[in-house]
Design a protein around this ligand. Structure first.
Ligand SMILES: Nc1ncnc2c1ncn2[C@@H]1O[C@H](COP(=O)(O)OP(=O)(O)OP(=O)(O)O)[C@@H](O)[C@H]1O
Ligand SMILES: [Mg+2]
Length: 290
C-alpha cells in the first residue's frame, strides 16, 4: 500500500505535458501554455492567456508591450516569483510549479477586500501540506541560487552600505557558521563585481548617498553575487534619464557578451531593438520577432 508520503511524492514529481520532449531539451528556461488570471471583486483579469516561450542559454531577451500588458507578470512567472493557474515553467528540464490541480495560488481580493485563494483541492488529491511545502522550498532555493533579480526601484536596503548590499545574497540562506566561513570569499567576489560595475570608489556609501544609475549598478552587482544562470530585470532603466539608462543597458549587454543570460522587461523601444530577441505582449498573448 502506498503511504501518504509516497503518494504526495508521486503526484508532485508527475510532470506536465510533453514529457518526451522535455528529456531532449537543453534549453535553460521554458514556459509552456502559461495562464495567469487576477480576480478583483467581480472582475476577472486574464493577464497571461497561453504564453509559451523558450529562453536560450546566453541570450538577451527583451519583453515589451503596453503598460498593463502583463510584462512584469510574465517575468515573475518565468522566475518562479508568482504562480500561474495553468501551464508550466521548466528550468533545466525541472518543473518549477506543482501539477496544476495542487497549486496554491492566492489570486486576488473579493469585493470586501478579503483574499481570494483559488488553491487546488489539496486534500482531494491526497497531497500533504508538508510535501507541498517541500516543493515550494525547492522552488525558492532555485530562485535564490540560480536566478538574479534587478528591479526598477533597486530594492536596496537603506541601512546597509554598498558592499554589504552586494553581499546580502550570500547571507541569505547561510547558517551563521557558513556565513562566517564564506565571508572572506564573498567579500572578494563582491569587490570584484563592484569594480566591474564601476563602483569601487563607493563601497561605504549608503543607497541614499548614490545617484540612480549608481544604485542600479549596486543592484546589478548584488544580482550577480550568486553567479545566477539567468538575470531577470524588470524595467532596469525605467527610473533613469536617457543617458544613465543607456549606460546601464550597455553594462547589461557587456555582461551578456560575457555569457550571462538576461531576460529584461523594458518600455524603451530603442533598447529593445538592440536585444537579440523581443517578446512583445498584446492582450496576454505573445507576438515574437526574431
Ligand atoms: N496582484 C495583482 N492583483 C490584481 N491585479 C494585478 C495584480 N498584479 C497585476 N495586476 C494587473 O495585471 C495587469 C498586468 O500587470 P503587469 O504588472 O504584469 O503589467 P506590466 O505590463 O508590467 O505593466 P507596466 O508596464 O505598467 O509595468 C495590470 O492590469 C495589473 O493591474
Ligand atoms: Mg511592469
Amino acid at each position: 500500500m502506498e503511504t501518504p508520503a509516497q503518494r504526495s511524492k508521486r503526484i508532485l514529481s508527475k510532470t506536465l505535458p510533453n514529457q518526451g520532449e522535455r528529456v531532449n531539451s537543453a534549453k535553460v528556461i521554458r514556459g509552456e501554455g502559461l495562464h495567469k488570471t487576477y480576480y478583483l471583486g467581480r472582475t476577472e483579469l486574464h493577464v497571461l492567456r497561453g504564453v509559451s516561450v523558450t529562453i536560450d542559454p546566453g541570450g538577451l531577451v527583451a519583453i515589451t508591450g503596453a503598460s498593463g500588458s502583463g510584462k512584469s507578470t510574465l517575468l515573475h512567472v518565468l522566475s518562479g516569483l508568482d504562480v500561474p493557474q495553468r501551464g508550466q515553467v521548466y528550468y533545466n528540464n525541472e518543473p518549477l510549479f506543482e501539477p496544476e490541480g495542487v497549486r496554491q495560488i492566492p489570486v486576488g481580493r473579493d469585493a470586501d477586500g478579503a483574499a481570494i485563494d483559488r488553491s487546488g483541492p489539496v486534500q482531494a488529491h491526497g497531497v500533504s501540506r508538508a510535501a507541498l511545502r517541500d516543493f515550494e522550498a525547492r522552488r525558492n532555493e532555485m530562485r535564490n541560487k540560480r536566478f538574479g533579480f534587478v528591479f526598477q526601484f533597486y530594492h536596496l536596503l537603506p541601512e546597509f552600505d554598498v558592499l554589504e548590499n552586494v553581499m546580502l545574497p550570500h547571507m541569505v540562506g547561510s547558517t551563521t557558521a557558513g556565513w562566517l566561513n564564506g565571508r572572506a570569499a564573498a567579500e572578494t567576489r563582491a569587490l570584484s563585481l563592484l569594480e566591474r560595475v564601476g563602483l569601487k570608489e563607493r563601497l561605504k556609501h549608503r543607497p541614499n548617498e548614490l545617484s540612480g544609475g549608481e544604485r542600479q549598478r549596486v543592484s546589478i552587482a548584488r544580482a550577480l553575487m550568486n553567479e545566477p544562470d539567468i538575470l531577470f530585470a524588470d524595467e532596469p532603466t525605467g527610473n533613469l534619464d536617457g543617458k544613465t539608462g543607456r549606460a546601464i543597458f550597455d553594462l547589461l549587454q557587456e555582461l551578456n557578451t560575457a555569457g550571462q543570460t538576461i531576460v529584461m522587461v523594458t518600455h524603451d523601444r530603442e533598447l529593445a531593438r538592440e536585444a537579440e530577441r523581443t517578446i512583445h505582449l498584446v492582450d496576454g498573448q505573445m507576438e515574437t520577432t526574431a
